[in-house]
Design a protein around this ligand. Structure first.
Ligand code: MOS
Length: 759
């Protein structure tokens, strides 16, 4: 019952520091590869130097001759295990050691295992392969790349959304734009390197690996290894950055597990940053064409969004953000189409925020172009096109505080002081530009289980197999329990990141806080029910009181008129040391098999645009000031203000941190980040943090986050929308709009760099 949702005043939770904050900043939060492991052997990957063809021979003698080398796992050694199944749980169907076929540059051709990391590395570098090489297609515009419609081709993509007659509406519109945008290849570069440590005890396998999906990986790895999932444990208590990169399991995990079984010793493989570019997932490059028509009053009458995304040959990975962009404003007619371009590349994957970051970049850039074409203020243009219902299915929004976000952010930013005339604002040699854009992210949740204990000593213990990927979910799950059970946070402990815990869904799609807190809330409410029944029952300390009058605070059950009873005493009447409750949350609309699927590691997502009753999104508005040097064209972002509404905010500190990080990443996407692809070899060129640019402290100046209060009782029992992926949506478009305002140059291809502003 949503009515049970705790919705305190302002809907803002306390800004408590993260439970694991001190551990993380003092280096005591141990990443899986740092865990002491007795008798561990070290693995190093050898990878292909071609992007397309076959391995005809492998020369291993030089590698085997390196002192300390114990084993080399390569072709033939994986035959007894099953191939990965591409989907949400496994990153790619490419089974590198099952097949001598090479699908992409940097594909695994062997795993060397040695007594030391150094020996393994050296030996891996000495492996030579002979290839039957074919000319690869690198991506867009490469001969041989194949373009196919995403709809019907990819299980990840539901449909191209449409409404009304776009061609007629566009043809009749007095004001029109037709523009193309692009975003580059981007690679995950978390501080923590990717790693797998595999340990067998008899037939029981434990994997220590940073993971956003311990339950899903348990199931998929067991399937690949053809063993009972009950024999597999995935452990991942602390993670040094994930953002989607540790969501689906890669082929490496099973290879390391096989190596450890063969050797009869634990094997640890830490992937070099350079090799991660080819063996992990990444955000593929995207292209967009947007056509928009409006009437003279600025009402959008027609909107078409076509998107193209690069993927690998075997796997139809697609992000497809048109389900959100097609519903953003009150468009009139809508037409969308997403296409895949299959090339000789590794399979892409989720990267915060998978569909919205590139697709909303294109949409919001187009919105600014249209506002300019209409000579309207871009904020007012969005206000005029605020929808009462989304334009595809005509469903209401569960809540939509977009214009509140715009108004609060505009106010804090000082938008009113902006001179709309392009190139009109200066400070010495610096051209000043100001721009804004909308952030949107779908609100979903998935089935989730949690176990909670309340002990006679007043301690609370919470378990859920979710993942602390840096969002603060461990802390907010504790806060939910502390609040519902009336204890202070320092009495609460929270366990996560282990597949032996009650299952939680993959920590992706910004669902964790909503899903985990809804499950914890349910468990706590079951504890309250038991406690209250005992307190008011015959012989209980509050006998005769009514359930709905009761609350718990500071270890006491409080009744009407100041009557109270200690939790401790009630537990004693029950003759137990603790009340333990196990709860399973399932979202509204979940299928009858939803819980079974949760335990099997296949959680159903509900929310976003899928629900019958309403569409559910979190919103934000971001305002950016850029300064561009008149002479050098150097681009700076001295100021960024974002206001966000995301239902109940469990913890204003962790929420602010997520949104801040997102906006910083957004600045990086606007100005820095891009993987350069050598089109001759379909090879990534800048495979390290020296050449793969991300923002550093000096790039980020004044950054303000405003949390706009919002109550949404429809989204889930916790009232939480989730915001991990909201902050970086829209930022790049706001920067591009500000660059236009400063210079009159409309840069449609990210990242925006000096060279595009010269001439
Ligand atoms: Mo996110 S890209 O769903 O971890």
């Amino acid at each position: 019952m949503n009515a049970a949702a705790p919705q305190p005043k302002e809907n803002m939770g306390a800004p408590l520091p993260r439970i694991d904050g001190r551990l993380k900043v003092t280096g005591q939060a141990t990443y899986p590869a740092d865990l002491p492991a007795a008798n561990v052997a070290y693995g190093a990957l050898a990878t292909s130097s071609i992007a397309r063809g076959r391995v005809t021979a492998l020369h291993l003698d030089n590698a085997r001759a390196v002192p300390g080398v114990l084993d080399i796992v390569t072709y033939g050694d994986m035959d007894a295990v099953d191939k990965p199944k591409f989907g949400n749980t496994a990153a790619a169907s490419i089974a590198p050691l099952h097949d001598r076929k090479v699908f992409h540059d940097g594909q695994i051709i062997a795993l060397v295992v040695a007594e030391t990391f150094e020996a393994a590395e050296e030996a891996a570098l000495l492996i030579r392969a002979d290839y039957a090489e074919e000319k690869p297609s690198a991506g867009f515009d490469s001969p041989g790349a194949t373009t196919v419609a995403a709809a019907g081709k990819s299980p990840m993509f539901k449909e191209d959304v449409k409404s009304g007659d776009f061609d007629a509406a566009y043809g009749a519109a007095p004001v029109r734009i037709d523009a193309r945008y692009s975003t580059p290849t981007q690679h995950h570069n978390p501080i923590e390197l990717f790693s797998t440590t595999a340990m067998w005890q008899g037939d029981q396998l434990t994997i220590h690996e940073p993971s956003q999906n311990v339950t899903g990986w348990k199931a998929e790895l067991a399937r690949q290894l053809k063993i009972d999932p009950g024999k597999v444990r995935i452990v991942s208590p602390y993670i040094g950055g994930a953002f989607g990169s540790k969501g689906p399991m890669t082929a490496r995990t099973a290879i390391v597990a096989v190596a450890a079984r063969r050797l009869g010793r634990p094997v640890r493989c830490v992937v070099s940053r350079m090799q991660a570019f080819g063996t992990q997932t990444y955000r593929a490059e995207t292209r967009h064409r947007i056509r928009m028509g409006a009437d003279k009053d600025g009402r959008i009458t027609a909107f078409a969004h076509e998107g193209w995304e690069v993927t690998s040959r075997p796997d139809p990975y697609v992000v497809g953000g048109t389900s959100a962009t097609g519903r953003m404003y009150d468009y009139g007619a809508v037409l969308t189409q997403v296409s895949l371009v299959q090339a000789d590349r590794n399979t892409p994957g989720y990267m915060r925020s998978p569909p919205e970051t590139p697709y909303v970049y294109a949409l919001e850039n187009a919105m600014d172009e249209m506002a300019v074409a209409l000579a309207m203020d871009p904020v007012e243009f969005r206000r005029v096109n605020e929808p009462k219902a989304e334009p595809i299915g005509r469903k209401p929004f569960s809540s939509r505080s977009l214009m509140q976000c715009y108004d609060q952010a505009a106010d804090a930013f000082g938008w009113a002081k902006r001179d709309a005339k392009v190139g009109s604002m200066h400070d010495g040699d610096w051209l000043i530009g100001m721009g804004c854009a909308t952030a949107i992210y779908p609100t979903s949740s998935a089935p989730c289980a949690a176990r909670v204990w309340l002990t006679v000593d007043g301690d609370v213990r919470v378990q859920s197999g979710s993942h602390e990927i840096g969002t603060g979910v461990r802390t907010v799950a504790g806060q939910m329990a502390a609040e519902r059970l009336g204890v202070a946070m320092d009495r609460v402990s929270v366990e996560m990141g282990d597949s032996t815990l009650p299952p939680a869904p993959v920590s992706g799609g910004s669902i964790s806080t909503a899903s985990v807190c809804s499950a914890v809330l349910k468990a706590c409410d079951a504890i309250r029910t038991k406690l209250f029944a005992a307190a008011i029952g015959e012989g209980g300390p509050l006998a005769g009181a009514h359930n709905e009058e009761l609350d718990i605070l500071d270890g006491k059950i409080i009744g009407k008129g100041g009557a109270s009873a200690k939790v401790e005493d009630v537990l004693k009447t029950l003759r137990v040391g603790a009340i333990e409750e196990y709860a399973e949350y399932a979202p509204k609309g979940a299928s009858p098999e939803a819980l079974k699927k949760l335990y099997a590691g296949q959680p159903e997502f509900h929310g976003g645009e899928q629900d019958e009753d309403s569409v559910k999104y979190a919103f934000g508005a971001e305002f950016v000031e850029v300064r561009i040097n008149r002479l050098t064209r150097e681009i700076r972002v001295p100021r960024i203000v974002g206001a966000f509404a995301a239902g109940r905010i469990m913890n204003t500190r962790t929420a602010r941190s997520q949104l801040m990080g997102g906006m910083i990443w957004g600045i990086g996407q606007a100005l820095h980040e891009a993987t350069e692809v050598d089109s001759r070899y379909a090879r990534y060129v800048n495979r390290d943090l020296q050449d793969y640019l991300v923002p550093v402290n000096a790039d980020i100046k004044d950054l303000q986050v405003i949390l706009v209060p919002e109550i949404d009782r429809e989204v889930n029992p916790a009232g939480v929308k989730g915001l991990g992926e909201l902050g970086n949506v829209g930022t790049a478009a706001a920067v591009a709009s500000a660059v236009y305002h400063a210079t009159g140059k409309r840069i449609r291809d990210l990242p925006i760099r000096i060279e595009q502003l010269i001439a």
